[in-house]
Ligand binder design. Structure first.
Ligand SMILES: [Zn+2]
Ligand SMILES: [Zn+2]
Length: 256
């Protein structure tokens, strides 16, 4: 099993050597260190990035040297990756940065609406029902644009809005079908993301409705624990193995 979505202390995860040791202990064949990386010029998104200390756009050369030095120490393939915040208006900045940074692969993520992180419960809870439905519609429009941009090898947590109780359950079949068609036509492979499956939320991304729509279009998947701590790598890798086995899904490996 390859886990293409693990964080380290180069963003909001635990120490890089601890995460690699955990990935090895989880019996993985390979792990991709995909730390948060934000080059979107939006002022609100940059304030969030700076507040949370996401500096990979500046520190990736240092992390790359660290990965190179640590590779031999663990019996596992280690990839030098990034989880890039995606905004349709920032495709030029993202493309220029990725051309320069030359990661092994990148994961694209839609994390924000109007500059606000979609995890932010209160912000969306204060909206009217119509505005919340509109927020979900605009979220999936961005996910479609991410697929069409062809910028990334992997797309993370396609229905992140489901984690927010104010936005949960508002997605429509029509939105799912649009997302599924976009990924069927894209080189970008969505992940099955275990980020909250063992926590309060209790589901994988994509949730069953979107997963079915994607599978009906013949879309394939990679796996991502989205782990930020060593014990999460092990527990979520087991959960992912069990899930794909029970669903009859054969995850794909990236050609790296
Ligand atoms: Zn993410
Ligand atoms: Zn992540």
């Amino acid at each position: 099993m390859y886990d293409y979505h693990v964080h380290s202390n180069y963003s909001d995860g635990d120490f890089l050597p601890s995460m690699l040791r955990a990935a090895e202990a989880a019996g993985l064949a390979g792990v991709g260190i995909a730390d948060h990386c934000v080059v979107v010029p939006d002022e609100k998104i940059r304030r969030f990035r700076d507040a949370y200390g996401f500096t990979l756009d500046q520190t990736y050369p240092r992390r790359r040297r660290a990965i190179e030095n640590l590779r031999d120490r663990y019996e596992i393939e280690v990839y030098d990756a990034a989880e890039m915040d995606y905004e349709p208006s920032a495709e030029t900045e993202i493309r220029e940065f990725l051309d320069e940074a030359e990661f092994d692969y990148t994961v694209g993520s839609v994390h924000a609406l109007d500059g606000t992180n979609v995890h932010y419960e209160e912000h969306f809870a204060e909206m009217s029902a119509a505005d919340r439905r509109d927020a979900v519609e605009r979220y999936f429009e961005k996910v479609v644009a991410l697929a069409e941009s062809e910028l990334f090898e992997v797309a993370a947590h396609l229905d992140l809005v489901e984690r927010n109780t104010a936005l949960r359950g508002l997605a429509t079949e029509e939105q799912y079908e649009r997302v599924a068609r976009a990924f069927a036509d894209s080189r970008t492979v969505p992940e099955i993301n275990a980020g909250r499956v063992l926590d309060d939320y209790g589901e994988f991304h994509p949730t069953p409705g979107l997963l079915s729509a994607l599978r009906a279009e013949g879309v394939e998947f990679v796996l991502g624990t989205d782990a930020h701590a060593p014990d999460e790598v092990v527990a979520r890798a087991d959960a992912l193995r069990e899930f794909v086995r029970s669903e009859g899904i054969s995850p794909v490996e990236l050609d790296l």
